[in-house]
Design a protein around this ligand. Structure first.
Ligand code: BTN
Length: 249
């Protein structure tokens, strides 16, 4: 891929994340190389799930970066970056009071998921050598057959159609701006915390460690990504998959 061709859209590929990982395994693409698709035949979601999207209706895009300024122990900084990128793209269209990030990185409108992020890092020593940051942003899709959790799209929220290539470009631009801030030492954590569902606001959840329902407030998110929740007077620490948010409580 040459200098002028750092962005490539495919009509159909298995997964933009997988494609970027393959590129990285055999070359060193320019930073901010972005691969998008109208359709993925094997889109990957969090925790081994699949990401299904109707052809041409949504943003499906992965971006390659080399964040060697981030220590392995702080790799969650990339989640701050990715979630805030989605928030920034959506704020012109969505009432900010309705927009939340559900830890670690689901973006919600009215408690329904509108975007998800999948990050794949390659480490070198104690730093991140390269990273593929994949975004699935629901734009014009109106029905989500077979999806269990509540899902929405820009069109479902506002009733309007959107230009998917324009949103892709906006996402890439916002990503670059926030990435530059991060590289220049700005912490994105405070902004992320402000958007976080349950931050200083009581929420209900299921604790998978001791298998019980609880209510608490988010206290902090560590650089490692661990979530700290204050339950009663006690701060409890959660790893991914150890907590399930109850969104309708
Ligand atoms: C999630 O489950 O919340 C993460 C979803 C990430 C989906 C995007 S779509 C573009 C990129 N390619 C993939 O295969 N997955 C990510």
């Amino acid at each position: 891929m040459d200098d002028l061709n750092q962005f490539q859209n495919f009509h159909s590929i298995p997964s933009t994340n997988k494609y970027c990982m393959e590129l990285l395994s055999k070359s060193t693409p320019k930073p901010f190389t972005a691969i998008s698709a109208d359709f993925q035949t094997a889109g990957v979601g969090q925790i081994g799930s699949t990401w299904v999207s109707h052809p041409g209706e949504n943003v499906l895009m992965s971006i390659i970066v080399y964040p060697d300024f981030i220590n392995v122990l702080e790799s969650f900084k990339l989640q701050f970056l990715a979630s805030l990128t989605c928030v920034e793209v959506l704020t012109p269209y969505i009432d900010k009071n309705e927009l939340f990030v559900k830890w670690p990185n689901d973006v919600l409108v009215n408690r329904k998921k509108i975007a998800g992020v999948l990050i794949r890092n390659i480490f070198m020593g104690s730093a991140i050598r390269s990273s593929v940051i994949g975004f699935g942003l629901n734009v014009n899709q109106m029905d989500f057959p077979g999806v269990e959790n509540p899902v929405t799209s820009l069109k479902a929220v506002t009733g309007q159609d959107y230009d998917v290539p324009a949103l892709r470009q906006q996402l890439l631009d916002k990503f670059r701006t926030l990435y530059d801030l991060l590289e220049n030492g700005k912490s994105l954590k405070e902004l992320y915390m402000m958007m976080l569902f349950g931050y200083e606001e009581p929420f209900s959840f299921y604790d998978l460690k001791d298998q019980s329902y609880k209510r608490g407030v988010i206290n902090d998110v560590l650089g490692s990504g661990h979530l700290l929740v204050k339950v009663g007077g006690v701060v409890e620490k959660y790893d991914f998959k150890e907590i399930k948010f109850i969104m309708d409580a």
